[in-house]
Design a protein around this ligand. Structure first.
Ligand SMILES: Nc1ncnc2c1ncn2[C@@H]1O[C@H](COP(=O)(O)OP(=O)(O)OP(=O)(O)O)[C@@H](O)[C@H]1O
Ligand SMILES: [Mg+2]
Length: 265
């Protein structure tokens, strides 16, 4: 019996590329981007795990695939000991509140039609973890924690009214409100000015030491604090382009576009 929160074994994710007719004939079939090829790691509670590599090497794809926002081509993903590699969305739903993601781009991660407060409270309502009044109260509390103050005033503001740093704080608050066991933080400060990067990183780090979760590097995951917080970084390789042995249905990631209802919330 392992105490790992997340175990990834030999994870592979290929994206099929549709070629136009003549290119397809010349090439002898469709192509596939080998974005992730045989990645294995495990993560214990309280551990910060950094996945480091050049642009396009597959960090985001690993993060989205382990959370099953993308369908793995092969490999095994175990979350809290349960094999989630092939679970259907309906079966994944109860697990979603225990694993959250902070996307790379805070500007695209918030629904422009919802106020900041509504976006932060929304996961509690979606997962039926609170009624509207309780969800609002929890949102106001966490907004104060992440420095979106005065919370009452910020609650009714729309994403367009906020700075990049404030939006990222809102995205962090939204990921934390469900007190998840695991958070994938996909370059959570990449889109922010240098001046506020360190403040947002400090905020995420303080959440490790003070309470349930922790964070960051290029891509990292965190679980609730146990005895100590450890940090590990592993490098990833640049993806390669290879002919696809058989066509794979494209599962894209349209669910993460602005304004779309994110399945992780
Ligand atoms: N939905 C998709 N369809 C086809 N190819 C994709 C898709 N998503 C990612 N890729 C390709 O997979 C490879 C890895 O992309 P990914 O976004 O995981 O890289 P990354 O390491 O996160 O890069 P960055 O540091 O720039 O964020 C890239 O070559 C990318 O073009
Ligand atoms: Mg990325």
């Amino acid at each position: 019996m392992t105490d790992a929160i997340l175990e990834v074994h030999d994870l592979v994710k290929h994206f099929p590329v549709k070629l136009p007719g003549i290119a397809r004939i010349l090439w002898g079939g469709d192509l596939a981007v080998h974005a992730v090829d045989g990645v294995s790691f495990s993560l214990r509670p309280g551990e910060i795990f950094g996945l480091v590599g050049e642009s396009g090497c597959g960090k985001t794809t690993v993060g989205r695939t382990v959370l099953r926002l993308l369908e793995p081509t092969s490999g095994t993903i175990r979350f809290e000991g349960m094999d989630i590699t092939h679970l259907k969305e309906r079966e994944l739903r109860p697990l979603r509140k225990r694993m959250q993601i902070i996307f790379q781009d805070p500007h695209a991660s918030l629904n422009p039609g919802m106020t900041i407060g509504q976006s932060i409270a929304d996961p509690l309502i979606i997962h039926e973890a609170a009624d509207e009044r309780e969800a609002k109260r929890a949102a106001l509390e966490i907004m104060t924690e992440v420095g979106l103050a005065p919370a009452e005033q910020m609650y009714g503001k729309y994403p367009a009214d906020l700075s990049g740093g404030q939006k990222q704080r809102a995205v962090i608050a939204r990921a934390m409100i469900l007190k998840p066991q695991l958070i994938v933080a996909d370059e959570p400060v990449a889109m922010l000015d240098m001046s506020i990067r360190s403040r947002v990183l400090e905020l995420m780090l303080s959440s490790v030491t003070e309470s349930r979760s922790c964070t960051s590097a290029e891509l990292s995951r965190w679980g609730p604090r146990k005895e100590s917080t450890q940090t590990r970084n592993i490098p990833t390789r640049r993806p390669s382009w290879k002919p696809s042995p058989s066509p794979i249905p494209c599962d894209g990631d349209e669910r993460c576009f602005p304004g779309a209802r994110c399945p992780m919330r």
